[in-house]
Design a protein around this ligand. Structure first.
Ligand SMILES: Nc1ncnc2c1ncn2[C@@H]1O[C@H](COP(=O)(O)OP(=O)(O)O)[C@@H](O)[C@H]1O
Ligand SMILES: O=c1ccn([C@@H]2O[C@H](COP(=O)(O)O)[C@@H](O)[C@H]2O)c(=O)[nH]1
Length: 707
């Protein structure tokens, strides 16, 4: 991306004007004039430092600055207030709305938008970053990462020098560009990362780190963000903040005394010895790499221009995947590429490859198998019962899907689920029984190893045991949680995670609102060795499943260690798109229904009366189905979403360094929310439903909705 080079300067009457600059033009060098006056003012400020409140976050939806970062033991020279704030991380995450799909229809991530903001110390980089963030009302997940977190670790000798203000923190070599580069690369590719926490009081990286996942926009700020060519290459937009040296010094004295536990003398010593020379030699020289030069004060117009540009870029990257999955006919699904169908002896792909190829070629020529009217299965499949091994193939499902043997016992339970007159208690009971069958089958897909035990009589016996380091479940909230009781019976101590994914009212696209994963999934080294049971009640268009799988892959859970457990799938739906994108994810499903229907429902209707208010939308390729019931995922209440969040999981939508905290929705966020939810077709919204389907399984399970 090439943004026009723009510099903002005050015009004669003080009004900022925008004018182009040539790449070679350097920002005006700041003078040291006024330094002493500033120092005097700072000394006065220092005396009242303890009375100063924490800086107010620019965006009221941001966490208070004091809540950011980890606490570290302050050094002796810090005042109590300075000590606390000096350890604060400048890493900020804003998550007040759902994240739209950040990947394409074959599951590959689309790059996050990365902005680099460089400039002298106290020029206003962080403030500019926060102002940009504030101006992006339609960009839900934005993170600011400070380069300070990537100072090199100091040896004991260097640390001693640092405490005597004899260590040069302003030389380009003071930073570890490699780990900063890896972090930006990972966040660009939507991977979860751990951000180091730096203490300006201890002049040291702390042992704790901050988990960060999912920003659609990443702002990296720091004095040398534009210094390293490899880092510059990762930036979509390069900004340099320019301020006069005396202004920077005055701000720095004030800030370092209040926030970084410093005295006036120590700030001045360091400034004259290192900060100013390094600024003049190295930092200011990086301005030539910037796409935009922004003044360090009175910069509202420049910030407006940057945020508008970013919004445009982000609009160009947005995806409409649910409609795409819905349109993809099942028979057009190519055989999955790169699927190692014989990778392990326990692989569910074993023996399925040829059957799949047979099906995909046959379905082009032949009409579908005669189906049981309700469940999309042939009478021969029903009769074959427990001996059936290839029902998934015959039911029109791809090879990574294992369909439970369609025994009369299972059929009777599925009939209870399909029957809209089934009372809640029986529905819940049947769900749990089917869930148990699904969990037991899914468990056979895990790897086992031989285990020798001594049996009665003292003889040795070789049996089996699970051969995995860690296993957890992740429910797609809220309907995925209907499978948790069944899972608990088999694995009472299992860690349960969740992903809150809701359909957007306007276009039915899934949006990610909350990520609550077990700690061993949040850490890459352990995630790589973990297995995950991903739970959802149904797979219709597959859009929510798609998003959830992408989240796990972004956390480095290997694709073939994800097993998706679900009660019902549409054989026409996104199950094929899922297979195409993620052929190694195994899907275990109890029942399969033939249809998938696009519907329009009144968008102000509550969950409890939505199903009865459904009107099928005319769809050229598939026609009407008056009996269509709404897929649980898609029934996620639009207008009532926030009410339901309170019922369900975290009533979020506020993340502090990866930890999610419940907050009341600030006014500004409400405005954001309403700007996000304006519907083109006022009064109704589009949903996709499995037909004939079981209705809203979550609502029926918990007795909160209609049948
Ligand atoms: N436009 C501005 N107007 C007034 N004060 C500002 C402005 N930008 C920054 N400041 C103040 O200057 C100090 C340093 O700003 P900061 O954004 O932290 O600088 P940097 O990140 O470049 O070190 C802070 O105390 C901040 O409140
Ligand atoms: O331990 C440390 C590390 C850094 N510094 C000074 O911080 C600034 C960079 O941070 P900004 O937020 O961009 O101002 C740099 O000039 C270092 O001199 C420090 O004092 N102690």
């Amino acid at each position: 991306m090439q943004a026009g080079k723009i510099v903002q300067r005050p015009s004669g009457n003080g009004t900022p004007i925008l004018q182009p600059v040539t790449p070679s033009e350097k920002p005006a060098e700041g003078s040291t004039h006024g330094v002493l006056a500033a120092a005097a003012a700072a000394a006065a400020a220092a005396s009242s430092a303890s009375k100063l409140a924490e800086p107010t976050p620019v965006n009221p939806s941001l966490p208070s600055a004091a809540t950011l970062g980890g606490a570290a033991t302050p050094s002796g020279k810090a005042t109590p207030s300075a000590a606390t704030s000096a350890t604060r991380s400048k890493t900020i995450v804003l998550t007040d709305a759902g994240r739209a799909p950040w990947y394409n229809s074959i599951g590959e991530p689309v790059s996050a938008y990365v902005v680099g903001i460089a400039g002298g110390s106290a020029s206003g980089k962080t403030s500019v970053a926060r102002e940009i963030l504030k101006k992006l009302p339609n960009v839900p997940w934005v993170a600011i990462v400070s380069q300070d977190a990537y100072y090199k670790s100091l040896s004991p000798e260097e640390s001693k020098l640092a405490f005597q203000e004899q260590y040069d923190f302003d030389h380009p070599d003071a930073f570890d560009y490699d780990i900063l580069k890896r972090c930006i690369q990972d966040l660009r590719q939507s991977k979860a990362v751990e951000i180091p926490v730096y203490s300006f009081v201890q002049h040291q990286r702390m042992s704790e780190t901050n988990y960060l996942y999912g920003p659609a926009v990443l702002i990296v700020e720091g004095i040398f963000v534009l210094h390293d060519p490899a880092i510059r290459d990762l930036l979509d937009l390069k900004v340099y903040v320019q301020a006069d040296s005396d202004l920077m010094l005055a701000r720095r004295i004030k800030r370092d005394i209040v926030e970084r536990g410093r005295s006036v003398n120590s700030v001045l010593d360091q400034y004259l010895r290192f900060v100013k020379p390094a600024f003049d030699t190295f930092v200011s020289a990086t301005a030539r790499h910037a796409d935009m030069i922004v003044p360090g004060s009175h910069n509202e117009v420049a910030i407006e221009v940057i945020s508008q540009h970013m919004e445009k870029q982000l609009r160009n990257r947005s995806r409409k995947l649910r409609a795409e999955f819905y349109k993809t006919p099942a028979t057009n699904v190519p055989a999955p590429q790169g699927t190692d169908r014989h990778s392990t002896s326990m692989s569910p792909y074993d023996g399925l490859g040829s059957a799949y190829e047979r099906r995909t070629s046959l379905t082009h020529m032949k009409p579908r198998l005669e189906r049981n009217e309700s469940f999309g299965l042939s009478s021969s499949q029903l009769a074959r019962g427990a001996s059936s091994t290839s029902t998934a193939d015959e039911a029109g499902l791809p090879p990574n899907v294992t369909l439970l043997a369609q025994t009369p016992q299972l059929q009777s339970l599925l009939t209870l689920l399909h029957d809209r007159s089934t009372p809640t208690s029986e529905f819940t009971f049947a769900c749990k029984r089917v869930g148990t069958l699904i969990v037991e089958l899914a468990t056979t897909l895990l790897p086992y190893r031989e285990k020798e035990v001594i049996i009665h009589g003292g003889r040795k016996h070789v049996g089996h045991e699970l051969n995995i380091e860690s296993l957890c479940s992740v429910s797609i909230l809220r309907s995925g949680a209907v499978l948790e009781p069944s899972l608990r019976r088999a694995f009472p101590a299992m860690s349960l995670g969740s992903l809150l994914i809701q359909s957007n009212e306007e276009d039915g696209e899934p949006h990610l609102y909350d990520v609550a994963l077990p700690s061993f999934i949040r850490r890459r080294e352990t995630a790589e060795k973990s297995w995950v049971f991903l739970l959802d009640a149904q797979i219709g268009t597959g859009a929510a499943a798609f998003m959830a799988i992408r989240v796990l892959l972004d956390h480095s859970v290997p694709e073939d260690q994800i097993i998706f457990l679900t009660l019902l799938a549409s054989s026409q739906g996104g199950i094929h798109a899922l297979n195409r994108a993620f052929p190694r994810v195994r899907i275990v499903v109890a029942g399969v229904d033939p249809g998938l229907q696009k519907l329009r429902i009144p968008w102000q209707s509550s969950v409890s009366n939505t199903a009865s208010a459904i009107k099928p939308e005319r769809d050229e390729s598939r026609g009407y189905d008056e009996n269509a019931a709404v897929d649980e995922d898609d029934l996620s209440p639009g207008f009532n979403r926030r009410d339901n969040l309170h019922l369900l999981a975290s009533p979020p939508l506020h993340s502090v360094d990866g930890g999610f905290a419940a907050t009341a929705e600030p006014k500004q966020q409400q405005q954001r929310h309403s700007s996000l939810t304006k519907s083109p077709a006022k009064g109704s919204r589009v949903v996709f439903a499995i037909t004939p389907g079981c209705g809203s399984i979550g609502d029926r399970f918990w007795g909160t909705g209609s049948r």
